[in-house]
Design a protein around this ligand. Structure first.
Ligand code: AMP
Length: 197
């Protein structure tokens, strides 16, 4: 390698404002969302700048594969220098770590992450489409997005999150919860070291 050249994969990306949606409808939903938020705070090259409230939401699933249990959903905003594909890899690894069943990806899920928006980037490659193609059709995504950043503009629809919510047809039920997001992991470490004997 030439002197001064960077090792492959180590080039710094420009920092972007991004939004990640998360949801859980299997197991202890609050606990799983708290863990998800705590793990977003540990992402490399990233800084969490906002966490929405949690919302309890009716499953949106005409084929009924998600089961009847309602979801807990929310959205996290970050500043990141991770690439979109690196971020997706980490999120999928985190889904597995939180017990997501890879063999039934359409069924009830302990945790699901979606990259909703990645700055103003438009990405269309196998396994990754950004902006998320159903973002503007889902109340459980738009309500937390509007709570976090109502003026953020959708890069292809050229409307703000608030305008998209106002135009929304989705009538599924979405109830904002009076719970502090991530509260379980703010006051104590996720694991503690036993005292020396
Ligand atoms: P699900 O977990 O059911 O939401 O779907 C995950 C699948 O969608 C994975 O195979 C991803 O590669 C793919 N995918 C495409 N675009 C996105 C995105 N913007 N965020 C997360 N997963 C995505």
């Amino acid at each position: 390698m030439e002197r001064g050249a960077k090792k492959p994969g180590t080039q710094l990306m420009a920092q972007e404002t991004i939004f990640i949606g998360f949801g859980s409808n299997l197991g202890d939903r609050q606990e799983l969302c708290d863990r998800a938020v705590a793990l977003m705070n540990l992402l490399p090259l990233s800084q969490v700048t906002g966490v929405s409230s949690y919302y309890e939401t009716e499953p949106v699933d005409p084929e009924g594969r998600l089961g009847e249990s309602w979801f807990y959903n929310g959205v996290v905003r970050l500043e990141t220098s991770l690439s979109p594909t690196r971020l997706l890899d980490i999120l999928q690894e985190t889904e597995r770590g939180l017990g997501r069943n890879d063999t039934d990806r359409h069924g009830p899920r302990t945790i699901d992450f979606d990259i909703l928006l990645f700055g103003q980037q438009q990405i269309d490659q196998p396994g990754l489409t950004v902006p998320h193609p159903r973002l503007h059709q889902r109340r459980f995504v738009l309500e937390p997005l509007v709570e976090l950043d109502p003026a953020f503009r959708h890069p292809t629809l050229h409307r703000s999150m608030r305008e998209l919510l106002e135009a929304l047809q989705d009538l599924s039920r979405v109830n904002k919860l009076d719970i502090k997001p991530g509260s379980k992991y703010r006051s104590r470490p996720a694991c503690s070291v036993p005292p020396l004997s």
